[in-house]
Ligand binder design. Structure first.
Ligand code: AMP
Length: 420
């Protein structure tokens, strides 16, 4: 029988590489934890209707990319394609918005699923860390989120990324622009699919990557010229706060993003070393989403950063994260009695908080020392019959090769001293 392989468009995280993923997730989360964001976890699947309404019936994500299915009980569910709708649903369900403490600030980390055409940087199962600030309309909140994402990327050592910024207007000015754009687009030579998109989601047409389409878009009306005074003033404040924080950004009037529910501030982090899948993260304001999924008016803003692409960005910049070795001490028993004694010492070391591993499987000395070196441990504890007879074990510094005998009952203290 042939062996199984990971499904198309997916890949496994395997040591030692997987340590980088964990470190990236932690690096993205750290500034959020430090800024009043609480951790939230929601199910991997939701009612399909939540995404249809919360992401938008006209988006590719909902129409083409969702893993939707019917359960044996007849429920229509979908694997989550993104995080915002679920997080808002959970916050509303738990009445977090009624606790008199707005905005509700939440962060999350998890797996997302989209049935996309796989390529480098685009997978069917991928990983995001996200943040949502629910229930406040304040340009400082938009700025805070962008600044925190920038801080995460910089903490990882990334430099070749850019922040693209735009305003999508609000429910006053966006519809006027939408109509003007539709008028313009209907005068172009477009294929049937795109013409349909003009009817249901005209802003998305601006995002079309095909050159033939882009050429025709040259004279398209710009949202910038349609923004109402309130949206203009709001956007100007976001820009000023970012500038004051020393966070560089580029105004990108064509940035619209794929989701229907974005209003006002919208942004994307792009990395210049990633080729076509250059967006490492993105987000924006979604003032209308809560009402769309049956909640009260709750203006909100959030982002999601892609972990997979952030790891690719690190590779593109040649950055290796400084990840401490998982194991500090490696125990090598020679013989049955030593196995019992050293295994007990290992347990004691672990209980004392020292990262320790053990040569399992009755390996010979040479093989066991090879494993010790491979583990990245700084110290080895070696014991044979003669050592035990003397009540000692050998503590070996794996860098210098220096070896000292230490009393069995002083192992924890001596190891701690050697590591400090
Ligand atoms: P989006 O919700 O599409 O704006 O996605 C936010 C971020 O998640 C993107 O900037 C990517 O870094 C990441 N992402 C989205 N879709 C995929 C995918 N299919 N494969 C890998 N990363 C993805």
């Amino acid at each position: 029988m042939s062996t199984f392989q990971a499904p198309k468009g997916t890949y496994d995280l395997i040591p030692p590489h997987s340590a980088t993923y964990l470190a990236v997730r932690e690096a993205i989360a750290a500034p959020l934890k430090n800024s009043g964001y609480g951790y939230i976890e929601t199910p991997g699947f939701e009612n399909v209707e939540l995404f249809a309404r919360g992401v938008g019936e006209s988006t590719d994500i909902v129409t083409k990319e969702m893993y939707a299915f019917e359960t044996k009980g007849g429920d229509r569910l979908a694997l989550r394609p993104e995080g915002t709708a679920s997080v808002l649903r959970a916050a509303l369900e738990a009445n977090l918005h009624k606790a008199g403490n707005l905005p509700v600030k939440l962060w999350y980390s998890g797996s997302y699923y989209r049935y996309e055409r796989p390529q480098k940087g685009r997978y069917r199962h991928f990983s995001q860390v996200g943040a949502e600030a629910i229930g406040a309309e304040d340009p400082a909140l938009d700025a805070e989120l962008i600044i925190l994402a920038d801080q995460s990327y910089r903490a990882l050592g990334l430099r070749d990324f850019r922040i693209l910024l735009n305003s999508l207007g609000d429910k006053e000015c966006r519809p006027v622009y939408r109509a003007a754009l539709q008028d313009f687009l209907r005068g172009l030579d477009l294929d049937e699919d795109t013409r349909r998109r003009v009817d249901i989601n005209p802003l998305r047409v601006l995002d079309d990557k095909r050159e033939a389409v882009q050429k025709q878009l040259a004279g398209a009306p710009l949202l910038r010229d349609y923004l109402c005074e309130a949206c203009k003033a709001y956007h100007e404040q976001v820009r000023e706060l970012l500038t004051a924080a020393g966070v560089a950004f580029e105004d990108d009037e064509k940035l619209v993003r794929g989701l229907d529910y974005y209003t006002r501030t919208t942004f994307e982090f792009v990395h210049d070393g990633l080729g076509s899948q250059s967006a490492v993260g993105g987000g924006g304001r979604y003032d209308g989403l809560s009402e769309m999924i049956g909640g009260p008016a709750l203006p909100s803003v959030g982002w999601a950063l892609g972990v997979d692409r952030t790891v690719l960005a690190l590779e593109a910049e040649g950055i290796t994260l400084d990840i401490p070795a998982a194991t500090a001490v490696y125990a090598v028993p020679l013989g049955e009695e030593a196995r019992r004694v050293l295994f007990r010492a290992v347990t004691e070391l672990r209980r004392a908080g020292v990262a320790t591993d053990f040569a399992f499987g009755g390996k010979g000395l040479k093989n066991a020392m090879k494993s010790a070196n491979r583990s990245g441990a700084r110290l080895a504890l070696v014991a044979g019959e003669r050592d035990l007879a003397e009540g000692v074990v050998q503590l070996k510094d794996l860098t210098s090769g220096e070896q000292t005998a230490v009393a069995l009952d002083a192992v924890v203290d001596e190891v701690r001293r050697a590591l400090s």
